[in-house]
Design a protein around this ligand. Structure first.
Ligand code: NAD
Ligand code: TYD
Length: 359
């Protein structure tokens, strides 16, 4: 039985990954989910696996050396899948420090402990792997409508978030290059799907539209993101953890480039198509809710990933076209309106008021 330490498993991608892995491998694997439960961590996402004997939750901070050490001392960890991070660009612009603490120092702590636990006189224990879940944002931005990010594209982050992720990547690279630490780095594009916190574009727009609130589009709405359905991403990480050649970086992209305004328009159209005429929220929804607001500072124009290497070496391709993924996602949010109500209570209101007060 392989044992996984998944960090940040109560967040959006981490919880989808855990659900995917436990469904796929059943009792063949054990997962320890380590998460400090920041505003973005929600154990409700993992309710369906809570009672399983091969799933365990540990509330701890990735910066806490003793807590991580203890997990390695009491379990034979075979894989570390490192999702835990501060993940929102707008928050990083307002408060960069926590991004450096968690994303940089937390990652350093984790690779230090894993390296020590896995090291032997001859090298490393067999069949161990650390996966650093990173982002295409470390490459900076593409200025026009042409071109893609490759693994060889120079690192050139712009936001405090992407700078902290790039720093973490470089530390992992240093451990791979200096100590031959058995690791991979994956750099994926924007994920979407169930359980995403409504500070990010897609769930924020769905939630606002259902409540008849303005849909705040930054700047011109022409910025481009390359959308990846979260379950396609989970499959890629599993594949990289099993078959990725140690020391390699893999880009994971959706081949789903869309301008932000196209996304917002599709959300409105899909909601109107999906909601029954009698739904109390339907009358709230209209294209008139679209509101162009002040642009994000340093707003990266376009992200687009070339996932050629992961396709050629590992046979991974994105399976979910955006037109299908957005329907699945909206259907999930409509079915789980109570989830949304619960996560948007309390601190979320304060965040929203502060973030969008002048917009
Ligand atoms: P998220 O914000 O939804 O979840 C992050 C999780 O990490 C939360 O459960 C939170 O409680 C936990 N966490 C934060 N700080 C912690 C700490 N100090 N110790 C322990 N746990 C901590 O993020 P996400 O969208 O699921 O992203 C997961 C990873 O994927 C991140 O590393 C992010 O940089 C990367 N990524 C995300 C996207 C995307 O579109 N969401 C795209 C590219 C890369
Ligand atoms: P986001 O989901 O924050 O992801 P990232 O900044 O990591 O790509 O934003 C996606 C795009 O949507 C980005 O170009 C900023 C834009 N955006 C808006 O126009 N309005 C919003 O309210 C938010 C949250 C994002």
């Amino acid at each position: 039985m392989r044992t996984y330490l998944v960090t940040g498993g109560a967040g959006f991608i981490g919880s989808n990954f855990i659900l995917y892995m436990l469904e796929k491998y059943k009792q063949e694997i054990k997962i320890i989910n380590l998460d400090s439960l920041t505003y973005a961590g929600n154990l409700e996402n993992l309710k369906s696996v809570e009672g399983l004997s091969n799933y365990q939750f540990v509330k701890a901070d990735i910066c806490d050396k003793e807590a991580i050490n203890q997990i390695f001392e009491t379990n034979a960890i075979d894989r570390v899948i490192h999702f835990a991070a501060e993940s929102h660009v707008d928050r990083s612009i307002r408060n960069p420090e926590v991004f450096v603490n968690t994303n940089v120092l937390g990652t350093l702590n984790l690779i230090n402990v894993a390296k020590q636990a896995w090291e032997t006189k001859e090298g490393y224990l067999p069949d161990k792997k650390y996966v650093q879940v990173s982002t295409d944002e470390v490459y900076g931005a593409l200025e026009g409508d042409e071109g893609y990010f490759y693994e060889t594209t120079p690192i050139d982050p712009h936001s405090p978030y992407s700078a902290s992720k790039a720093s973490a990547d470089l530390l992992v690279k240093a451990y791979m290059d200096t100590y031959h630490f058995p690791a991979n780095i994956t750099r994926c594009s924007n994920n979407y799907g169930p359980y995403q916190f409504p500070e990010k574009l897609i769930p924020l727009m769905i939630n606002n539209a259902l409540n008849g609130k303005n849909l705040p589009v930054y700047g011109t709405g022409k910025n481009v993101r390359d959308w990846l359905y979260v379950m396609d991403h989970a499959k890629a990480i599993d594949l990289v953890a099993e078959k990725g050649k140690s020391g390699q970086v893999y880009n994971v992209g959706g081949h789903n480039e869309k301008r932000n305004i196209e996304i917002v328009t599709m959300i409105i159209d899909t909601l109107l198509e999906t909601l029954s005429k009698s739904d109390e929220h339907r009358s709230n929804i209209s294209h008139d809710l679209i509101t162009y607001v002040e642009d994000r500072k340093g707003h990266d124009f376009r992200y687009a990933i070339a996932p050629d290497k992961i396709k050629a070496e590992l046979g991974w391709e994105p399976e979910t076209p955006f037109s299908e993924g957005i329907k699945l996602t909206i259907a999930w949010y409509l079915k789980n309106r109570e989830w949304m109500e619960r996560v948007t209570k309390g601190d979320y209101q304060k965040y929203y008021e502060e973030m969008y007060q002048n917009k």
